[in-house]
Design a protein around this ligand. Sequence first.
Ligand SMILES: *Cc1c(COP(=O)(O)O)cnc(C)c1O
Length: 428
Amino acid sequence: MSVAVKHVDAFHRSLSGIDPEAARILEGDLRRQRGNAVLIPSENYASPAVLAAQGSVMTNKYAEGYPGSRYYNGCEWMDAIESLVIERTKALFNAEHVNAQTHSGSQANVAAFQALLEPGDRILSMQLSHGGHLSHGLAQNIAGKLYDVAFYGVEEETGRIDLNKVADLAESHRPRLIIVGGSAYPRLIDFAPWREIADSVGAHLLADIAHIAGLIAGGVHPSPFGHADVVTTTTHKTLRGPRGALVMCRADLASAIDRAVFPGLQGGPFMHAMAARAVNLKEAMEPSFKEYAAQVVKNAAALADGLLSAGFELVSGGTDNHLMLVDLRKRPFSGKRAADRLEEAGIIVNRNSIPNDPRSPFVTSGLRPGSPALTTRGMGESEMRFIAERMAAAVKQSTGEKGRAAIRAEVKELCARFPIYPDISYLS
Ligand SMILES: *Cc1c(COP(=O)(O)O)cnc(C)c1O
C-alpha cells in the first residue's frame, strides 16, 4: 500500500471516531464511486497522492499576493509550492505565464474577461446548447450580464463548427474577444485557424481547454499554445487533478491576468489545492499519463462505436476526443429519463442539451457520455463495448425495474474487477 493511500485510509478511519455523521456520508460516496460506472466526461478519480496533498496542512495559510510579493507573513513554503506549480505548468503545456490561483474554471474565465475586456465589450463564443459553457456568456451568467455576447454554433447536418461561418460572424459582430473550446464538443479543435479569424478582426483569442487539458498534456489533442492569447482550464477533468483551474497567457498579458485574479476577483488562494495541483502536474508529466490520454481517446471511440451499433445516434456521428453526444430526438424518452434509468442500472451519465434541442435544458434530448473516469480504473475497449450494450438495454421502457437491477448487478461486478481506491477501507 502506498504512503498516500495509507494516509487517506487513516484519515477515513480516524474521521469515523471524530465525526461519525460526516464519516458516514464520505463512506457513502466512496461506495457510490466504487460501485458505479461513471461516464460523466468532466469527472475523474484523482490519485491518492492528490487526495492526500489536498488534505494537507497547507489548508491553514493565507497567501494573498504572488510568490515573492505576499500581503501576509510566513509565506516561505507557500511561495515554494506555488512556484513549483507555475514551473511545472509552464513545462507541461509550453505556457509563457501561469496564474495558478483561480478556484474554478468559471472564475478563470471571469479573470480572463477582466484582463482583456471592458464592460459592454463584445464576445463571440459558442452557444451553450451547441456545446459551449455557461461561463462563456449565458444571459444569467456574469459574462452575459457584463458583456455583449454573440454566439456561433455547429451545423445541423454535420454537428461540426463551420469555420467560414465563424469568420463571417466575427466580421459582422467585430468582437473584442473570441472564445474557442466548450464542454460538449466531440471533435478535435485545430486552434491555428481561430487565430487567423481573431486576427482578421483584431480580437483577442481565449482557448478554454477545461475538458481537453489532459488530452493536450498527453499529446493526443492539438495545443492552443502559440495561437491563443489566453488559455484557461480546469484541473479536475481529463487532467485528473484536484478541483481548480489555471489561467495561462502570453508573457505580455501576465500582469493584467494576475491583477484580474487578485485583487480583481479573489482574495486568498486555496493553498491546499495548490499543493494537490503540484502533485497532479508531476503525475501528468510522467510517460504513463501519455498512455492514459491515448487510452481515453481509444476508449471513447470504442464507446461511440458500441453506441452506434446499439442503434443510438451521435451528434457529428462519433468522437475524436473523450466524449460524445447522444441525440435522443427520435427516441420516445428525454435525456433526463434516459439518465435516470441509467443510474438505476449503475451507469452514471449526465443529460445534456444537443444542438437545436426541442426540450428544455433541464430535461434535454441528449446524453454526454465519456471515457476519462472509466479509463482511470483501467478499463479498455472491450469494457466500453460492454457498457454501450448495457446502456442500450437500460434506457428501454420494456427493460423495466427488474431488468435494470440485473444490469446494475453486472455493472457492479465489472466495477469490482476494475477497482478504484481499493486500499481505502470502509469504516463499517
Ligand atoms: C467545466 C468547464 C468550465 C468551468 O469549470 P468549473 O470549475 O465548473 O467552474 C469552464 N469552461 C468549460 C469549457 C468547462 O467545460
